[in-house]
Design a protein around this ligand. Structure first.
Ligand SMILES: Nc1ncnc2c1ncn2[C@@H]1O[C@H](COP(=O)(O)OS(=O)(=O)O)[C@@H](OP(=O)(O)O)[C@H]1O
Ligand SMILES: Nc1ncnc2c1ncn2[C@@H]1O[C@H](COP(=O)(O)OP(=O)(O)O)[C@@H](O)[C@H]1O
Length: 278
C-alpha cells in the first residue's frame, strides 16, 4: 500500500513496503523537512536492507550535507569548477533493493548479426527471473540522445562513448544494462570497459559472418550498400574489428544458435559470476 504525507504543501508517497512509522518527516536546525527513511541529514539515519531486500534496520551515515566547505573543485574536459557530490544511498543499497548487481552487457556485431534480438530475448529471460534490465539499442538511441551523430568514424566513437557513459549510470543504479550497438572499433569498446569496475563489463560478440548477415538483410541496408546507395556501411566499405578477448562469443557452430539458446548462455554467465543476486 502506498501512504502519503503532506509537508509544506508537498504530498510525499511512502514507497511500497515502508511503513508510515519508518517514513516520517523530521526537521533539523535549518528547518528543512527531510524524509528520514530516504534522504538523511548529517548524523541522522538511512535505511539498510536485509538480504531479501526488506528494510530491517537503520544505519548511521554522514552524508555530507553539512554546508561546510569540502574538497577541491575539479576541471573535467571543458567543465570547470565542478565538484562530485556523494549520497549516502549507494550502489550497494540499490543492488540490495533489487537483489542483483548492476553491470553492462555490451553486445557487438555486424548489422543483422542478431544484437537486438538477443538483447530482447535476454531482457525477457531476466524479467521472468525478476531481474531489472534496460536495453540501450544503437538504432533506438540514435532516435534521440545521439540523433546528431552520423556514421563516420569519429561520430561512431562519440556514439559509443555516450552510450558507454549512460550504461555506466544504469549499472550504478543497480540495473543490468544491455547495450546493443555495432560498435565496430575495439578501441571505443575498450574505452567503455575501462569506465566500469573489473568484471562489470561483459562483452558479447555476435560471431555471425558477413555472408549470413547479408543474406538476412532485414532492413535491406546491405542491398543499398552494395548498390553504392549507402556509403560507409559496416562490413561492406567500413571496418568491423572483432573482439580479441570478449567474455562471451555467440553464433559459432557447436553452440546454441537460436536467440533463446544465446540468451540462456548469457544468463548462465551472469548467474555463475553472481550478478543475479545482491
Ligand atoms: N553506414 C552504416 N553502417 C552501419 N549501420 C548503419 C549505417 N547506416 C545506418 N545504419 C543503421 O544504424 C544501425 C547501427 O547503429 P549503431 O549506433 O549500432 O552503430 S555504431 O555502433 O555507431 O557503429 C544499424 O542497425 P543494426 O542493423 O541493428 O546494427 C543500421 O540499421
Ligand atoms: N539467432 C538467430 N538466428 C537466426 N536469425 C536470427 C537470430 N537472431 C536474429 N535473427 C534474425 O536476423 C535479423 C537481424 O536481427 P537483429 O536482431 O535485428 O540484428 P542486429 O540488431 O544485429 O541488426 C532479424 O530478421 C532476426 O529475426
Amino acid at each position: 500500500m502506498i501512504g502519503a504525507k503532506s509537508f509544506l504543501g508537498l504530498s510525499i508517497a511512502s514507497p511500497k513496503g515502508i511503513s508510515d512509522s519508518n517514513y516520517s518527516l523530521s526537521t533539523n536546525s535549518r528547518s528543512v523537512g527531510v524524509l528520514r527513511a530516504c534522504v538523511s541529514m548529517e548524523g541522522s539515519q538511512t535505511m539498510s536492507h536485509s538480504k531479501n531486500g526488506s528494510i530491517s534496520e537503520l544505519k548511521s551515515v554522514n552524508n555530507g550535507h553539512t554546508g561546510q566547505k569540502q574538497g577541491p573543485l575539479s576541471t573535467v574536459g571543458n567543465s570547470t569548477n565542478i565538484k562530485w557530490h556523494e549520497c549516502p544511498v549507494e550502489k550497494v543499497d540499490r543492488q540490495r533493493l533489487l537483489d542483483q548487481k548492476g553491470c553492462v552487457i555490451w553486445v557487438t556485431g555486424l548489422s543483422g548479426s542478431g544484437k537486438s534480438t538477443l538483447a530482447c530475448a535476454l531482457n525477457q529471460k531476466l524479467y521472468q527471473k525478476g531481474k531489472l534490465c534496460y536495453i540501450l539499442d544503437g538504432d533506438n538511441v540514435r532516435h534521440g540522445l545521439n540523433r546528431d551523430l552520423s556514421f563516420k568514424a569519429e561520430d561512431r566513437a562519440e556514439n559509443i562513448r555516450r552510450v558507454g557513459e549512460v550504461a555506466k549510470l544504469f549499472a550504478d543504479a543497480g540495473i543490468i544494462c544491455i547495450a546493443s550497438l555495432i560498435s565496430p572499433y575495439r578501441r571505443d569498446r575498450d574505452a567503455c570497459r575501462t569506465l566500469l569496475p573489473e568484471g562489470d563489463f561483459v562483452e558479447v560478440f555476435m560471431n555471425v559472418s558477413l555472408e549470413v548477415c547479408e543474406a538476412r538483410d532485414p532492413k535491406g541496408l546491405y542491398k543499398l550498400a552494395r548498390a553504392g546507395k549507402i556509403k560507409g556501411f559496416t562490413g561492406i566499405d567500413d571496418p568491423y574489428e572483432p573482439p580479441l578477448n570478449c567474455e562471451i562469443s555467440l553464433g559459432q557452430e557447436g553452440t546454441g544458435t537460436s536467440p533463446i539458446e544465446m540468451a540462456d548462455t548469457v544468463v548462465a554467465y551472469l548467474e555463475r559470476k553472481g550478478y543475479l543476486k545482491a
